[in-house]
Design a protein around this ligand. Structure first.
Ligand code: FES
Length: 165
């Protein structure tokens, strides 16, 4: 994505934000939607389009666990490990998914299909334990078998998966 293209995306947002720092997050999200992750040149584009330093943009990108500063797989599975989910078995869900994908903890499968992450609260504590695939809806409450079914579903469908319980 070019600075000009990003500038066009940001143009209608600029009047809505009194503080131009508020443009950085939507800019990063937009670039990530286009490129899948945020390599250094994408950070530089955001920095130039928003008028902030690349270091400042990177400090924001690295703060949010759903902005990816390393390459990710085609589908990203974010398992919430914050208190409500932890108390209801998110560790077991995470380990079950990791085992099923052949991962040793967080990471990306060798075929590049899945990235598995632990994330902080995804705003669905009433459905704990839960996870989120890509930027889709929160899915839960989950049993380990549900997670396995979900992964099979994701593997078969290029579109966002349905919840298969
Ligand atoms: S603690 Fe998991 S969604 Fe809030």
């Amino acid at each position: 994505m070019t600075v000009h293209e990003l500038d066009e995306f940001l143009a209608p947002l600029r009047p809505q934000y009194a503080d131009p720092r508020s443009l950085i997050l939507p800019a990063l999200k937009h670039v990530q939607e286009e490129t899948g992750w945020l390599p250094p040149d994408a950070m530089a584009t955001v920095a130039e389009a928003t008028g902030f330093s690349q270091a400042y943009v990177e400090s924001i990108a690295t703060f949010y666990d759903r902005l990816y500063v390393e390459p990710v797989g085609r589908r990203v599975i974010n398992v919430c490990v914050t208190l409500s989910c932890m108390l209801r078995g998110s560790d077991e869900i995470f380990e079950h998914i990791a085992d099923y994908l052949g991962l040793d903890g967080e990471g990306t499968t060798d075929d590049g299909m899945f990235t598995l992450h632990k994330v902080q609260c995804i705003g669905a504590c009433d459905r704990a334990p839960c996870l989120q695939v890509d930027a889709g809806e929160q899915i839960g409450p989950l049993e380990p078998a549900d997670a396995t079914c979900l992964i099979d579903d994701l593997r078969d469908e290029p579109a966002p998966a349905r919840y298969c319980r």
